[in-house]
Design a binder for this molecule. Sequence first.
Ligand SMILES: [Fe+2]
Ligand SMILES: [Fe+2]
Length: 133
Amino acid sequence: MLLEWNEQLDTGVNALDDDHRCLVLLANRIHKAAQAGEQEEVETLVLEFCAYCDDHFVMEEEYMRDIGYPNRAEHKRDHDQMLADIDNVMGKVRQNLDAASVMAEFIFVWIANHVLVIERQLAEFVRGKNASA
Ligand SMILES: [Fe+2]
Ligand SMILES: [Fe+2]
């Protein structure tokens, strides 16, 4: 099953929303590559995913600070944890071919939770703030 975007996930902040769409697309590509047993492709895509996350997290954390988002610390913790965990899983992927699917699963679960739950709370906060402005 692939992840799907829906407008409930839009924050209305274009730069964030564009990144989120891209991250979901990448997660789906990683998932497909792992299913097809394309080990090298998984590695390449995961590196791309991580680089994208690095930039995105910095921007999003600044944005959360600028708007005074109350769950910022918790949200940032999830970013930091994910980068630490992905490093761990990447080590396993390099040692063991079968670990590609473990990586794909990890990214999938993380992005499903992060974008669909944690980021959705941010989207709701931003929409509420805009509605009352
Ligand atoms: Fe995000
Ligand atoms: Fe985030």
